[in-house]
Ligand binder design. Structure first.
Ligand code: SF4
Length: 416
């Protein structure tokens, strides 16, 4: 169903202007399983997942995301990323509240300083949609209202730490700050001489593309170099609205990169990733990382074995250009840092655990998920729908052969 027909069916009295207003989208997001049932035929598992996750992790789905869902297919990749399953309430062995061990690198409430030259500033604990695979759920589950007072301490820490050359604005969703508030924060960071690069980690091009307005794009450009790092996981998310959002940023001179996460049964397929990375490139969004899912609590059902991801990347090498090929990386549990998965980083493979060597030369055991079946049940449906859509696209009308205007030849004397 297209955006427009979804709107006509479910929000008949809502104008296109309201629909394209990100604040309207936020005000009309659904927060409960009962509210979801108005739009999607929930399965008993999804119904149970919504009930059980109530106390564990927030639920929020804006109407725009609802409009992308396959209302009748529970394996739809948009549904799987937005609607909880009962597995979320289970904590598998090795899963952690703080999977990257960030808390020990948190000198002040709104800042994580894990690497000497980079720091992550937590802008808010809210997001337009709470992704079911979120690995920073200890923050996004709420109860951490972060605001200007907390950022002020973070900015003071950055100013007093000359080794920090790059600041990543994250959260939660930093693009939920108003333009005026974001501008104030960016100005404070730009006033620090040693801060060279600012990155904005945002999923709004995917979940709330109407948040990217020309004014927002110009705001980021004013504080260049600001890199936007976004998070498309499936080609179904690459809609005309998402394309427009990315084009606004790129046309304003803001580079956009994509960090996808490998999700079992959702995008764990060569064909889907090939289509995703090619679509990103067409939007001028560079596929930057493909991440192995972190070991956060309640998400093992979406995690793939490490070896599967590496083999997937190897197969992709023969199918897409180097420009469309991201690095495959894992953030080691407990704070071991990021490792790019290449055969030389792997010390030993195991069914239960894989041993990797990080940038400091230290060995880390990575616990493998119990489930190894990575096929995507929605893949066939998606491929058939995508092909049918491409076929149905109206072809550009053939240009009519130009006929020369019938004008009388001018007399020779006036032609000279
Ligand atoms: S947008 Fe990012 S931080 Fe927010 S819920 Fe999704 S993955 Fe987590």
């Amino acid at each position: 169903m297209s955006n427009t027909s979804f709107r006509q069916r479910h929000f008949r009295n809502v104008s296109a202007k309201q629909w394209n207003d990100w604040r309207w989208q936020m005000q009309n997001a659904v927060h409960t399983g009962e509210a979801l049932e108005r739009f999607v035929q929930l399965t008993p598992q999804e119904r149970l997942g919504c009930m059980q996750s109530q106390k564990l992790f927030r639920l929020r789905v804006p109407p725009y995301v609802l409009s992308l869902m396959d209302a009748s297919h529970p394996h739809c990749p948009i549904r799987r990323q937005a609607i909880p399953l009962p597995e979320e309430a289970r904590c598998a062995e090795g899963e952690l509240e703080d999977p990257l061990g960030e808390e020990k690198y948190r000198p002040v409430e709104a800042l994580i300083h894990r690497y000497a030259d980079r720091a992550l500033l937590l802008c808010t604990d809210m997001c337009p949609m709470y992704c079911r695979h979120c690995t920073r759920r200890r923050i996004t589950r709420g109860g951490h209202p972060l605001g200007e007072a907390a950022w002020a301490k973070a900015v003071d820490y950055i100013a007093a730490t000359p080794s920090i050359r790059e600041v990543l604005l994250s959260g939660g969703e930093p693009a939920l700050l108003s333009d005026a508030v974001l501008e104030r924060l960016l100005k404070k960071l730009r006033a620090i001489a040693h801060v060279e690069i600012i990155r904005l980690g945002t999923r709004v091009p995917v979940t709330l593309p109407m948040r990217i307005t020309p004014a927002f794009a110009r705001l980021l450009r004013r504080h260049a170099p600001v890199f936007v790092v976004t998070h498309f996981n499936h080609p179904k998310e690459v809609t005309p609205q998402a394309e427009r959002a990315c084009a606004l940023l790129v046309d304003a001179g803001v580079p956009v990169e994509n960090q996808a996460v490998l999700l079992r049964g959702i995008n764990s397929s060569v064909r889907i990733l090939e289509e995703l990375f090619s679509a990103c490139l067409r939007m001028r969004v560079r596929p930057y990382y493909l991440h192995q899912l972190d070991l956060a609590q309640g998400i093992e059902h979406m995690r793939t074995p490490l070896r599967f991801g590496m083999e997937l990347l190897q197969q992709l090498m023969g199918r897409v250009s180097g420009l469309a090929l991201p690095a495959f990386a894992v953030d080691l549990p407990g704070g071991g840092g990021k490792v790019r998965i290449a055969p030389e980083a792997v010390v030993s493979w195991g069914k239960q655990q894989t041993v990797l060597q990080n940038h400091e030369g230290k060995y880390h055991a990575y616990p493998e998920p119990k489930e190894g079946d990575c096929h995507c049940p929605y893949e066939e449906i998606w491929t058939i729908t995508a092909k049918a859509k491409a076929k149905a696209k109206p072809k550009a009308p053939k240009a009519k052969p130009k006929t020369k205007p019938k004008t009388k030849p001018k007399p020779l004397s006036t032609r000279l």
